[in-house]
Ligand binder design. Structure first.
Ligand code: GLU
Length: 545
């Protein structure tokens, strides 16, 4: 049997050889310096902050270099597979309004972009490795391997399948053929040409140079389910898809010597690597990686439900990702994230603590700068999915809603109360009669002068007044009920008055909104108008009898 026949015998039913694939996926034609990056999630069903962070860097780096960012689903570990795992990820990205240049739902010339659909491709390369004596079949059972590990532990030897511990490495072709003819099961391992005493250096774009021992482990490359391991799939896919920059979690640094070796034996050009530090969370006194299971705020769907815009999450990720971003953004309020040039060497080397308060404060600043009409559009979209009652009101009173959202907005220090679309109702509900008369509750800690309130709305208030006129009228009204029209006068002789002008305003505010704190009262009254305000005074009286 020639080595070629031997490889075909060990890995049967492979339609094409590697030359076919090398021709099928030619080099990409892109500008010099264009980066090809990939986001490579396992199909866990949803996108979480950690993976979103990785995808953010993939996308920004590709975009700013006029390159390509694609998504590849890594589902060769079928034990980790969840139902609808791929759809869940795609849905999360769609909800976020984030798209890639290529991928399962986008198409592209370098697919399929789902690893389980690429089995034949991997097997063609495994055949090549066998033919060139860089791979061999291994018949060891999990029990054999456990026993070996146990012995290695006892003898204080390095754990793993390497050197003389790699029992099946020395099997002759005839021995192998005989075992297979006897029905023995096997997997395929790399025949590592490395030595543990040699050093290899990873030139990581984020972490700098990292020296490690060369790989000498005969790692599994093709599993018993006929699918490759991550290591082989990484090498084959990133080669054929022409990835220039592998951006991935730093838990992969330790396996890099394996990858470097695989690229070498497969005769592939090594891509650049950027290993990113995880997003972490503080739990008591310990700091751990953010977890999909333990941290609900890790799932991006959490933010979708709250109505925190994708742009805010991107701003937060940009802030984590580059130490100079936040200052730049504050100095350039007219620019967007896409105007900023990200650099690998500005990425954090150690983990970044996830800080939801920071995210919320970024969101408040974002909303405060957003035009009222945009807040309105976003809220309309959000409530369509999460709050049909409020959605109807927003749709019915479009202009009115925009006016309300514009209160204290286009001013030097705009209001910063809204941090999510779910907050819009929370901060405006009382302006809608449909909600107000159902939901208003008065928890009064003092009595308000009803006569004054009625007098004010019946005889003084006019919604077309200028702000000055409006205020002067309140000043005129105040002394009639023994309130000081200047706070200063009240402070000098408090015993002479029942209160001051601020108390009058408070009474008006509480009586028509049920709240002690609202944005500008003049504007609120202007939009409510006399007729509706009077109805609210009646309601106030009714509720507080
Ligand atoms: N599928 C791998 C993971 O989810 C991706 C690592 C990589 O980007 O290469 O950890």
């Amino acid at each position: 049997m020639t080595r070629k026949e031997y490889s075909e015998f060990l890995v049967p039913n492979v339609e094409y050889d590697v030359t076919y694939y090398e021709n099928k996926y030619p080099a990409r034609t892109l500008e010099d310096g264009a980066m090809v990056t990939r986001f490579a999630p396992s199909p866990t069903g949803f996108v979480h902050m950690g993976s979103l962070y990785a995808s953010f860097i993939d996308l920004q780096m590709a975009k700013q270099s006029k390159g390509i960012a694609y998504i590849r689903i890594e589902d060769t570990d079928q034990k980790r597979e969840v139902e609808n795992g791929i759809e869940g990820i795609i849905k999360d990205f769609n909800n976020l309004g984030i798209s890639f240049n290529e991928g399962p739902s986008y198409g592209g010339e370098y697919g399929p972009y789902i690893q389980s659909e690429r089995g034949d491709i991997y097997r063609a390369y495994v055949r090549k490795l066998i033919e060139e004596d860089f791979a061999y079949p291994c018949f060891c059972t999990p029990e054999d391997l456990d026993e070996q590990r146990h012995i290695q532990e006892l003898e204080k030897e390095r754990i793993g399948y390497y050197g003389t511990w790699a029992k099946c490495r020395s099997l002759s072709m005839d021995e192998v053929i005989e075992k297979i003819n006897n029905g023995e099961k096997y997997i395929i391992r790399l025949k590592s040409p490395g030595s543990f005493n040699n050093k290899v250096v990873l030139h990581d774009l984020i972490k700098g140079n990292i020296e490690m021992p060369e790989n000498d482990i005969d790692i599994v490359i093709l599993k018993s389910d006929n699918l490759p391991t991550y290591h082989l799939a990484h090498a084959v896919d990133d080669h054929l898809m022409h990835t220039t920059h592998v951006i991935r979690g730093d838990e992969w640094v330790a396996s890099w010597p394996i990858h470097e070796q695989l690229f070498k034996v497969l005769n592939f050009e090594l891509p650049n690597y950027a290993h990113i530090a995880p997003i972490t969370i503080k739990e008591g006194n310990t700091i751990r990686k953010i977890s999909k299971r333990k941290d609900p705020e890790a799932a991006v769907s959490y933010y979708h439900k709250l109505g925190i815009p994708t742009e805010v999450i991107r701003l937060y990720l940009a802030t984590i990702n580059n130490s100079t971003f936040e200052a730049w953004y504050l100095q350039n309020p007219d620019k967007t994230i896409d105007d900023f040039i990200f650099e690998f060497d500005k990425c954090p080397i150690g983990g970044s603590l996830f800080d939801i308060q920071k995210l919320i404060s970024i969101s408040k600043v974002y909303f405060s700068a957003l035009k009222a009409s945009k807040v309105y559009e976003g809220a309309l979209e959000y409530t369509k999915e999460y709050d049909s009652e409020f959605n109807e009101l927003l749709a019915k009173y479009k202009e009115y809603s925009i006016n309300i959202l514009n209160i204290e907005k286009e001013v030097a220090r705009p209001r910063k109360d809204i941090s999510a679309y779910s907050d819009v109702r929370k901060y405006t509900w009382y302006m809608f009669d449909e909600l107000y008369f159902n939901e208003a509750k008065f928890e009064l800690d003092k009595e308000y002068n009803l006569e004054l309130l009625k007098d004010y709305f019946e005889n003084y208030f006019d919604e077309s007044d200028s702000k000055d006129d409006w205020f002067n009228k309140i000043k005129e009204l105040a002394p009639k009920y023994n309130y000081a029209s200047e706070t200063k006068a009240y402070k000098q002789e408090p015993e002479k008055y029942v209160g001051h002008i601020g108390d009058v305003c408070e009474a008006i505010r509480v009586a028509v909104t049920s709240l002690k704190a609202t944005p500008d009262l003049y504007e609120i009254l202007k939009y409510l108008g006399k007729e509706r305000a009077l109805k609210r005074i009646e309601f106030f009286e009714e509720c507080n009898k």
